[in-house]
Design a protein around this ligand. Structure first.
Ligand code: 2AM
Length: 167
């Protein structure tokens, strides 16, 4: 199965991201837009593995405190468009702890630095560089989750398989 560790986003943030997607569409961007139920922030990408129990055991050892996240900034990785989050030391700390715990359990994560982003669109095509103005909405984060990713009838479907409370 394909696994990744993420933060689920509260409704206020998803509302702002849905507005941003509507604005991209209004600007003539065509893309594979992220469905509302799939919006999330990835902390660590594990990838294909049969070791679900080991991943859960590793994540269960992570200790970090609750914090707030706020939308801020946006950008593109090639033709993938994303919304950013304000740099938040507690978020960086949590991502580092999650990655350390998974590596200690033998999961080979990539060594790219953590770039907190929420993917809004994949394979985006547009004539001019789109404008993406995000309101500075903020929300509390009280847990992180382990998610399984499946492709069902060509659609990405994410299922939460473990929750870990912060604090
Ligand atoms: P992305 O949105 O930038 O593609 C599930 O695929 C989640 O894991 C997505 O948030 C995805 O980020 C992230 N991810 C990180 N590294 C990945 C990789 N090598 N392959 C697929 N997804 C990856």
């Amino acid at each position: 199965m394909r696994l990744f560790v993420a933060i689920e986003l509260p409704g206020e943030i998803k509302d702002a991201l849905s507005d941003a997607i509507a604005s991209l569409k209004a600007q003539g961007v065509s893309a594979n837009f992220t469905r509302r139920e799939n919006m999330h922030l990835t902390l660590a990408f594990i990838g294909e593995t049969p070791r679900l129990a080991e991943a859960i055991a590793a994540l269960d050892t992570v200790k970090a405190r609750p914090f707030r996240v706020a939308l801020g900034g946006s950008g593109a990785f090639g033709n993938l468009l994303w919304a950013g989050l304000r740099r938040e030391p507690d978020l960086d700390f949590l991502a580092a702890k999650v990655r350390d715990a998974l590596r200690a359990a033998g999961f080979a994560l990539d060594s790219k630095p953590f770039r907190p982003h929420i993917t809004l669109a994949r394979r985006a095509v547009c004539d001019a560089k789109p404008e993406l103005d995000l309101p500075a909405v903020s929300a509390p984060v009280a847990e992180f989750v382990l998610m399984r990713s499946d492709r069902v009838d060509g659609r990405l479907v994410y299922t939460t398989v473990f929750r870990k409370a912060l604090g």
